[in-house]
Design a protein around this ligand. Structure first.
Ligand code: WT7
Length: 649
């Protein structure tokens, strides 16, 4: 399994494992200016201490937050792998993200700057944010939502999405944000799993100059979502939409109710109370609701954000991601607000109306730290340097990358063209399940393009062989985390057994977390994440299970069987390729390929549509009937398929 992953060195060019190891790696050292500013001045000693005395280390860090009541114990590991952090502590993430700023100078600082795709803008100070969140919280409460309920949020990237998340947290309800690119079927499945009574949505959002008609998608989903009693609808795009009486309520009308503008108390929560669930793909078709909590998540996200991106009081921080994914949850919304930073949110497509939309905004708002994905970088790179160079990007100090390994060619372009060879790139490896960055440079770390460098403080990351021994330098192995950390997911909602099985069962005796990635560690201890080990694909940095796409494919009446693999793609990192066996009596055609692609779009959403569908007569399977995707992949790449002894035919 391990041997077949290849590294894309330059766009389109694939290097073999040997070439990667042997090729010269250029090291980039931070400048004196960067070192002088750095919040983290030293790595080795602090790292060692954080690993030998994690409770001491995290206990100290936790003093940077406000607590209604301090914890009795930093870590409770009596029920492994169900770890508890800051046991007995009382807090609320909103207490740290908003309330505590209202009594300091931060109150009048911009909490966030929003720009719509058509160019409309709205800005909110912390004072104003508190008013908006309190209003939304009162309204959510008026819909019968109480502490412990789960509210589903399906919204475009508008300020009310942030208000909705914070409003739920404020009253002790958990949110489940469903990415607005998902289909009505995917939305329905997630509502059902969370048993939400309330949905917060909007009429639509702007994308590439067009309206994405969210309300229509919602109406479809709600036809078959019996748990939903009410929905709140924010007006954004103003087209005609169907509102269902007694179920759907316009936000702008509710806002005018006298109760809405009353002050709203932030609910006192246990550190371990549920903050949100967020669905992510795994190896089976059923998405997992990854659960995070108020205490540990607040501490972990804000600590890594402050340390890795060297956050200063006067900084403008821009994480170009969708709040509907963990990157947006942690680093558009929660961590920056806890740190009292000015954070940005942009509604639309990053290259609309022109390829320089993002650089225009960096210039206009004087952004200091910019964080995005390799896919986005490759997308910008495709349009050439001139779109970047037209703008004054001299305010930028640090850059960041997340979502998949960044290929060195994209790294160099990002560094030289966007960062003016001045801004170190923080390549952050982490996952929905980890809450925040895990392996990443600090600004003082010498960089090697394509490596997320070393584990952050408190993170016992290692690369091991299947037998649990550590790999030798440059030997490919399995990425594990050997000790718990405060930002870790607590479980999969409603399925403790699955949580244990997926992440903890392989190294149960040792108590190690299996991340599901392959990696290698070089002689300097730098970790190079290679790819997923399981049947999970990273397409444009989005995570998709092969099983999800396969079940969408076979739900088409003409498809009998299917297998899905990821193949290297210039822009997207990986592209989905599907192999389908047609049901009796059907013939392959390009029209049928189109029809099946459309069907996947309806079932899952645009991100899951295969690049290519190959019609085949058989699929390689093990004798027990498991599809051998690695064989399909090796064949497609013209590589040796490896051990075929278990193949049936
Ligand atoms: C998977 C997690 C965490 C936010 C975005 C994705 C891959 C993520 C990197 C990186 C190499 C990376 C891994 C990981 N990944 N960041 N810097 N270098 N690979 O979150 O959807 O939960 O996906 O993304 O494969 O396991 P996610």
């Amino acid at each position: 399994m391990l041997g077949i992953f290849k590294w894309i060195s330059k766009i389109g060019e694939i290097m073999s494992d040997d070439e990667i190891v042997k090729s010269e790696v250029k090291i980039y050292h931070p400048s004196e200016d960067i070192i002088k500013l750095a919040n983290v001045k030293e790595y080795e000693e602090t790292y060692k201490r954080s690993i030998t005395d994690p409770e001491g280390f995290w206990g100290e860090q936790a003093e940077t937050l406000s607590w209604y009541k301090k914890w009795d114990k930093v870590l409770d590991d009596s029920k492994k792998p169900f770890f508890k952090w800051f046991v007995g502590g009382k807090t609320n993430i909103v207490h740290n993200a908003i309330d505590r700023h209202l009594t300091t100078a931060t109150r009048n600082k911009l909490a966030f700057i929003w720009e719509g795709e058509p160019g409309d803008t709205r800005t909110f100070s912390y004072h104003a944010l508190n008013r908006e969140v309190s209003k939304m919280a009162n309204i959510v409460k008026s819909m019968g939502i109480r502490k412990g309920d789960i509210v589903t949020i399906y919204m475009p990237q508008i300020p009310e999405l942030i208000f909705a998340m914070l409003a739920c947290a404020k009253i002790g309800a958990a949110h489940s944000v469903v990415y607005a690119g998902f289909s009505s079927k995917a939305l329905k499945d997630r509502i059902e799993d969370a048993k939400s009574k309330l949905l917060i949505t909007a009429d639509g959002g702007w994308r590439r100059g067009k309206i994405v008609d969210l309300k229509n998608i919602v109406n479809d989903a709600l036809e078959d979502s019996p748990t939903i009693e009410k929905s709140i609808v924010v007006k954004r795009t103003c087209q005609d939409v169907d509102m269902v009486t007694e179920r759907d309520f316009w936000y702008h009308e509710l806002e005018k109710e006298p109760f809405a503008s009353k002050p709203c108390q932030t609910e006192v929560m246990d550190a371990e109370d549920m903050l949100f669930i967020l669905y992510t793909s795994g190896t089976t078709g059923r998405p997992k609701g990854v659960l995070h909590t108020h205490g540990g998540y607040s501490l972990y996200t804000s600590t890594v954000h402050r340390m890795v991106f060297d956050i200063k009081d006067e900084d403008r921080w821009w994480c170009l991601a969708d709040p509907g994914w963990i990157t947006g949850h942690s680093f558009i919304v929660y961590a920056p607000l806890i740190n009292g930073t000015t954070t940005m949110l942009y509604e639309g497509a990053p290259t609309y109306p022109n390829p320089d939309r993002i650089w225009e905004m960096v210039d206009k708002y004087g952004v200091n730290v910019f964080y995005t994905s390799p896919t986005a970088v490759r997308g910008f790179m495709r349009f050439g340097d001139s779109w970047v160079k037209q703008h004054d990007l001299s305010t930028l100090r640090l850059l960041g990358s997340v979502g998949e390994p960044i290929n060195p060619a994209a790294w160099e372009w990002y560094y030289n063209v966007v960062g003016g060879a001045r801004c170190p790139i923080m390549d952050t490896w982490w996952q929905t399940e980890t809450g925040g960055f895990m392996i990443s440079p600090y600004p003082i770390t010498p960089l090697k393009p394509g490596s997320a460098t070393r584990p952050l403080f408190g993170i016992a990351a290692d690369v091991i062989r299947e037998d649990g021994t550590s790999t030798d330098p440059d030997e490919e192995g399995i990425l594990v985390i050997k000790a718990p950390w405060p930002g870790m997911a607590r479980t999969i909602m409603g399925d403790d057994a699955r949580y244990k099985d997926v992440y903890w069962s392989d190294y149960e005796k040792q108590g190690w977390y299996k991340a599901g990635d392959s990696a290698r560690k070089d002689a300097d201890g730098y970790i190079w994440v290679i790819a997923r080990l399981d049947d999970v694909l990273k397409v444009s940095g989005y995570r998709l299970g092969t099983a999800e796409v396969e079940s969408a494919l076979v739900s088409h009446e003409k498809v009998a069987e299917s297998a899905v693999i990821g193949l290297p793609h210039e822009l997207r990192g990986n592209a989905i390729h599907a192999f389908c066996i047609l049901a009796e009596g059907n013939t392959a055609s390009s029209d049928l390929e189109k029809e099946i692609k459309e069907h996947v779009r309806d079932e899952l959403g645009p991100i899951a549509v295969p690049e290519k569908i190959n019609f085949v007569n058989t699929l390689p399977k093990t004798r027990s009937g498991k599809i051998m995707r690695r064989v399909l992949k090796a064949k497609a790449l013209g590589q040796d398929p490896g051990d075929l002894s278990t193949i049936e035919d």
